[in-house]
Design a protein around this ligand. Sequence first.
Ligand code: GAL
Length: 723
Amino acid sequence: MVKKLIVLSLFIGLLSCEQKKHHNLLTELNDSPSWTNLHNGVWKSIVNTPQEYNLLNTSGALPREEALSKIKGSDFPLEKSEIKAFSKNGKTYVRLPLEDGERIFGLGLNFKTVEQRGRIMRLHMDHYGGEDNGRTHAPTPFFVSTNGYGLLINSAKYIDVYMGTGVTKDSKNPDVSRDRNTDKKWTPQPKSDNIELVIPDEGVELVLFAGKNIQETVQRFNLYCGGGFIPPKWGLGFWQRTPTLYGEKEVQEEVNGFVNNNFPIDVVGLEPGWHSKSYPCTFEWDNTRFPNPKIFVEDMKNQGIHLNSWINPYVSPSSSIYEKIKPFTATHTVWTGIVPDFLVPEAHEIMTQQFEKNVVSVGVSGLKIDEVDGFDRWLWPDYAQFPSGLDGETMRSIYGTLTQKWSADLYRKQNTRTYGLVRAGNVGSVSLPYVLYNDYYKHEDFITALINSSFAGVLWTPEVRSSGSPEDWIRRMQSVCFSPMAMINAWADGTKPWSYPEVYEYCQDVAFLRMQLLPYIYTTFSDYYFKGTPPFRAMAMEEGFTHIPELIEQGDLNSTENPYVAALKKEIKDQYMMGESILVAPMFAGQKTRTVVLPKGKWYDFYTGKLVGDGGIITANHGLDKIPLYVKEGAIIPMMKPIRNTSEWGNNTTLEVRVYGNTPNEFILYDDDGESYDYEKGAYSQKILKTVKNNGKLKGTIADLKSESNWSYGALQWNFMSK
Ligand code: GAL
């Protein structure tokens, strides 16, 4: 009997132990993190104990509090109890609710998809390998939902995302169970009503942003992570990167070619051959190709040309700083080069001195920072160690940002703006003056990347290299002229704008059109700085694009079967907005026509001012001579004469102000000195360009708003495009 009792109590003990285990698990899954309100519409939660280094604190980016406070407050956008988080066995799990019809954008610089619902990814800094699996040049752990919020997972670890794929037993909104034997509607992926994240760390910092629409949510995210920036004016002109082994003589000939062929040029990019050795690099001039760097750079400046120099940050044994910097580098090398740990002050300082001596004081205006995204086989492994105490995984996530910050500061110290290229960015690099690029080269996918860059807090250039046909060449040239950096990267092929004579005239047209639009583009960038609005952005940020149910209710759209509604419901990955008013719909080689989905309201052809549609879907059939561009009702677009170099921007330049449609409106035109950081201290000017109705007709007016800096423009001609 006693024996029986002991066995029974042991059994009960075991049972309660089991029950306790289950109980614990349930409690963990039911944990809801607590949130602290930081700014209007911004909340933070620290779940358990995350590692010390995260994406934001390593970047040095600080929230732009004043700008954030200007966006009207919002309530906490989700039911707090529906957000769950817990940590276990070195991992932290986060779950958020996902509603039927909710749409998700973001999760880094993807090249093939814009909408992310239903996807599983591991966000991992890497070169882009042809698949949207999370490995990319900006694997930004941020997403934005049509449900009025965005979430930043501020962790520098590789994060697993299950974006509406996991189905839980206690789902509030479960799918119906179907019999595969007989029911054709059976699906291997039943509906999921949650977003699940796994962070390989003991805790995580989450930042939640509210927004009345996607754009506002993204603005808050950008401002919280440091806000955007305004490039130097020269950075918005045309860029030509020269072949690897070009020296002083060849670069001068290249510039002469641009002058003789009448093509805009502002920047020449020097590729690896400026170093005495590259891969790994010396950061010292090769004196056979560049016998007199200082004189050469000055000569270029006198011709209005800024220089940009390519580097990878891996230090060659032949560099004069090798021995000095060695103690402050990683356990592993890249191509035998040692890897500076920019978080260690000594390494930071040695690199700073080397670049001040050989780059900044020589007059070079900026850098192209290559290979900081990494190929697994070349880069340091995840288990590498850095003297700052970071592991290889954490360092890989932030290295692009660290190198951007270090190099931007070389110029900031002198109160000079820079604008450069980099192959890796992440949360915390939004305020750093760099544009991302890569070696992948699919035109269509480059446009999708440009769209996604607007959710990732980075800028992207669909750079042009060489092309299979004149048609491909001109279509790519058109796209790149409507991007943050208009650039030919001829490092390998030596292509020039005139390499395809059949379409050269059209290349000139689009490059000069970009130059004409610089007053508009520059103002667009000022919104990036002041308001956090991405200058080149997804259609989803246009009001009315993702709020279909409301539109249907308002009677703007009469049926869910309407092809326009169907188009609005699909992801849009081949058209985007440049600034407030211009819709860009690039065409690709082989296309004779393409469809364009217009946001609600009236839209006009940029070139002719003719009405093309009122919402709806239209067909563009622009020949090779033009990239389809459409302008919003009421838009005011300031332009200037077609200059070849931004040194001609200023000196009372005449403004042509184009007006589209017939609705009164205003546009705040921005200007500053174009090269210093004084704009951050208020040294800028703004004028209000305003259209008012006068006897049923629009009339243009201009008024001062602020004049704290030089003003580039003189006479003003209003051009009412829609007669
Ligand atoms: C690649 C880079 C190219 C070019 C080349 C020079 O890694 O993506 O744009 O700079 O290096 O070797």
